[in-house]
Structures are given as C-alpha cells and as structure tokens.
Design a protein around this ligand. Structure first.
Ligand code: ATP
Length: 510
C-alpha cells in the first residue's frame, strides 16, 4: 500500500471519480473548505446518520430527538460564551503571507517528534523481532525518554498559555521551537491574534431595522434552549437525553485536509441531562458506550484511542476525544464532554426563564448537569472511507480497488447484473431488482463485461452482486458474489432475501 500522503490523495481522487464527494462550486474553481456529497456519498452519509440515530434514539427509551433551526436569537451566543470565547489564535508568516492557527503549528511540531519516536520503535521492532517488548523499549530508551519529556513540556506550556489567553507567550513558544512556515521556510511571524469562528449575517432587509445574527457553530445550543419544551412535552425524567443531527458553521482559519476540517459541516450531538454529582458516572458510561458504537463497525479497534483533555473549555469539568487514525495521523473524531450546568444556567440568566428540573422524588428544583457526546458526521465519513479503501493485488497481477465499507452502511447494498443484454436476461434481472428495491438500495447495470461491472461495484463498496444468466431462466437460481473475498455461490432466488438480509441489516451492528 502507498504511503499515507499518497493514500490520502488517492482517497480524495476516488471520492470524486465514484460520486462520493465533489469540491463545492467546482466549475468556478471551487470554494475552499466546502464540499458536496454525490450520489454514493449521500447514501453513505444517510446510512451513518441512521446507524447513529438508531443507536442513540431508538435504542434508548430515555433519549429523544429534535431538529432545531440554524438561526438562533443572538443572545444565545452571548449566553453560551461563543461571542466572547469561541476564538482560535491565528498567526501570519510575513514572508509568505500565509495564515496559520498558532496552536496547530505547535501541534504539528509535536506530531513530527511523535513520528520520530515511532520510527525508532519500528526500527527496534524490526531488529529484535518477536522478542521485542515495545512498552519496555519506550520506558528505557534514552532518546525516546528525552523526546517524550520534550513533548510533555511543550504541551503543558501551550495549554497554560492558551487558557490564560497569553498570546505573546504562544508566539514566543513558536519562535523558541524555531517553527518555520512550510511555504516560505522562515520564522518571520506576526503577533498572535484571537479570531472568532462564528459566521455573521443580517436578519431582515437593510432598509428595515436589521439585526446581526450568527450561523450556529454547534448544534448543542438548539438542544439547551429547548430543554424545558422537550422535557415537558415528552414527559422525560432525569436522566434523559436529547439528540440532534444538523449543520454547524465555523470560519476555520485553515481548512485543509479535505472533509476533516470544513467551514460548513454536520454534527451528531446528544446532550444527556443528569442529577448534579452524577455527571462523572455518566461521563464514564458515555465514553464506553460511544467507543463501543465505533468498534461495532469493525474498522479496526487499533484505529481508535482516547485523548483526555488537560486544558478544559470554559464550560467543562471533564473532557476527552475519541481519536481516529486518519491517513494524516490520529486526530479528533468525537468529543465527550461533561459540560456541568454551565449552559442551562447561562440561558436562565440571559433569558430570565427558569431552566430547572422538578424532581418528583425529592420535590425539589435543580439545574441538571450535562454530559455531551458530539461527533462530526463528515469526519466519521472520512474515517470509514480511509479505513475501507484497499488496493488488492490479484492472482493475475491486476490490482483491484475495493471499499470494504461495513456492509450494513454501504451506499449500494446490491447490484443486479444480467450476464448479457440479450435473451430476456435484462427482463429477468429487472424482475429480481423490483423484488429487492424496497428493502435494499440496489443498482442495475448491464453495460460492459461482467468483470468490469464487478470492479465498479467493488470500487463503491457494494457488498453483493447478483448475476443473472441463462441458467436463471431455467431454474430460478442466480450467482451471488461476495465483495470481500470475491467468492461466488449459486442460490435460489427465493432464498436470496433471507440469505442477505441479516448481513445487511443495521440491527446486527448492535
Ligand atoms: P478541532 O479541535 O478539530 O477543531 P473541536 O474540538 O473544535 O475540533 P468540537 O467543538 O468538540 O470540535 O466539535 C465536535 C465534533 O465536531 C468534532 O469532534 C468533530 O468531529 C466535528 N467538527 C468540529 N469542527 C469541524 C470542522 N471544521 N469540520 C468538520 N467537522 C468538525
């Protein structure tokens, strides 16, 4: 397999060629950090949403869903702290005029050190073979100890400076580490400045009295402001959760890495309201539960790891990320945050409305604490695509590109393929297609050789192909071809549904 950078480029090219993802407004040379999902992309995206919704809402009696609006009263963002604190530190290189996130420059520097450590580990592992004890090696190798110490020191300084909003020292850290601009290669940096990530727009026409509003930077606030509406109308008792899938907008300073960091993206968030004092129990519960959700997809458990936050956001008393091994390294895929009563309390203060829960057992009112799970749908999409993309060398030296997407969420589940365009085979194939279409997303293809058609289906991750040939006309049997091992079996049409249903059913991921 190609190196990670090549692999990432290949995945981006593959996404375009096979109708998963296109650059937004491509005919006008594109709009940076905005992407459109094509015919296969939208199917995969919907299936990911479906898997999340089923596991969070349908499978929990005490979680309900909402769909709140993107525009919200501007006071929402004052109360939530986003107007004052939703900032990224930006820095420009004076020679290239390129802009960077100061913290990301430092994180990338740390990744380079981590890569060096990994190289040493790989070398030693090769040298010592089976007797190699990685843990022991990391603990005892002088160079690795020194590098890890350096990483810890830099991390802790960065966290301290960021929480104190001490931007001068962030700049000094960049200079001390001699971090260079990748374009100009110089250390000629401007001051570090704060940049608010929210997009502003106007509500109402200019001539009338218009007011400034924002595109929501997270879906969570739509849940908080509806806390009482939902709790009362659905008669929910604490602990309970409210889930939502929807668009969020952030004016990211640098938005590279394809759909990993976009300015318009989708979140799948769930806010779980609990009794104060019980939040750590639920925080641990949701950490486990969410990791389990990921692992059930079988993308490789080694591709996930937790990263506990050392410096916490203004609203949190505990927080961690579930990181995924993307082609460009381990990066945040999902956040799990214990948000205390920060949001409800703030909305109560700014709106003057009581945001409290009445506990029928103790006859007392209190403001619930909140544990949040927040996953980026687009990042999940990228996680699935990047771990499913395989180039396999076949016996005849040909290379087949196959997306080994979990069958339950594959964009197309079945392809129905008549062997030829003649002899009433298309008619028979269409009859079969009709009997399956309502249960599974299917494709019908009759153009090109059967081998080419198999390859096209492999490239979009279709788990099964059904081939209709002359024998089918005689005995109502078809060939069922399996994507992953390319095995083929002859089965009766009448047995087809029951044979594949179980494997394609999202329910078997639970
Ligand atoms: P990052 O540190 O990568 O900027 P974040 O910590 O700001 O992310 P959260 O505010 O916790 O992210 O948002 C929850 C989830 O939303 C993230 O785990 C991620 O999956 C997704 N997300 C956040 N920003 C973006 C973006 N610009 N593009 C795509 N997904 C995003």
């Amino acid at each position: 397999m190609a190196n990670s950078e090549d692999l990432f480029k290949k995945i981006i090219g593959h996404c375009k060629e096979y109708g998963f993802i296109f650059q937004s407004s491509e005919i006008y040379d594109g709009l940076s950090a905005a992407y459109d999902y094509g015919p296969n992309g939208v199917e995969l995206k919907n299936n990911i949403k479906d898997y999340w919704w089923k596991s969070m809402v349908n499978m929990h009696e005490n979680i309900v869903g909402i769909d709140s609006s993107i525009f919200m009263h501007p006071k929402t963002w004052k109360a939530s702290g986003h107007l004052d604190a939703f900032n990224d530190p930006l820095i420009d290189n004076k020679d290239s005029n390129k802009r960077y996130r100061a913290d990301v420059l430092i994180e990338n520097y740390l990744t380079k050190i981590e890569n060096k450590i990994q190289k040493d580990i790989d070398k030693a592992s090769k040298k010592f073979g089976e007797t190699f004890d990685e843990e022991e090696f990391i603990k005892t190798n002088a160079r690795i100890i020194e590098r890890n110490k350096k990483i810890q020191e830099i991390k802790s300084s960065l966290n301290q400076y960021l929480s104190n909003v001490d931007l001068e020292r962030v700049k000094k850290l960049i200079e001390d580490l001699e971090i260079k601009c990748p374009i100009s290669g110089t250390c000629n940096w401007t001051e570090v400045r704060q940049f608010n990530l929210m997009f502003k727009t106007e509500l109402g026409s200019i001539s009338e009295s218009s007011s400034e509003i924002y595109l929501r930077p997270e879906t969570a606030q739509g849940i908080f402001v509806n806390f009482l509406n939902v709790q009362k109308s659905s008669r929910m008792k604490i602990p309970f959760g409210i889930a939502q899938i929807g668009k969020a907008f952030r004016n990211e300073i640098i938005a590279r890495q394809f759909i990993f960091r976009m300015r318009e993206f989708e979140q799948m968030e769930m806010q779980f309201f609990v009794k104060p004092g019980e939040e750590m129990k639920w925080y641990d519960f949701w950490k486990k539960s969410r990791l389990n959700w990921h692992e059930n997809l079988s993308l490789g458990n080694e591709n996930y790891r937790f990263h506990d936050h050392e410096s916490l956001a203004h609203y949190a008393n505990a927080a961690c990320d579930i990181e995924f091994k993307f082609p460009f390294g381990f990066k945040e895929l999902e956040g799990i945050h214990s948000r205390t009563d920060f949001d409800l309390k703030a909305h109560m203060e700014y709106s003057g409305k009581k945001m409290q829960y009445f506990d029928p057992e103790t006859n007392k009112h209190y403001i619930p604490y909140v544990v949040e799970t927040s996953i980026g749908l687009d990042r999940m999409f990228l996680a699935i695509l990047s771990s499913s993309y395989k180039e396999e060398k076949l016996d005849d030296q040909e290379v087949r590109i196959v997306l080994k997407i979990p069958p339950q969420i594959a964009p197309v589940k079945l392809a129905v393929l008549p062997l030829t365009k003649k002899d009433k085979l298309p008619e028979k194939a269409r009859e079969i297609l009709k009997s399956l279409q309502l249960n599974f997303s299917c494709q019908y293809e009759e153009k090109d050789s059967i081998g080419k058609r198999y390859r096209r289906q492999d490239a979009i991750g279709t788990p099964y192909c059904i081939t209709v040939d002359h024998e089918t006309l005689e005995d109502d049997t078809i060939t069922l071809r399996n994507r992953d091992d390319m095995s083929q079996e002859r089965i009766k049409i009448s047995e087809l549904k029951s044979k594949i249903s179980e494997k394609l059913d999202v329910a078997n991921l639970f």
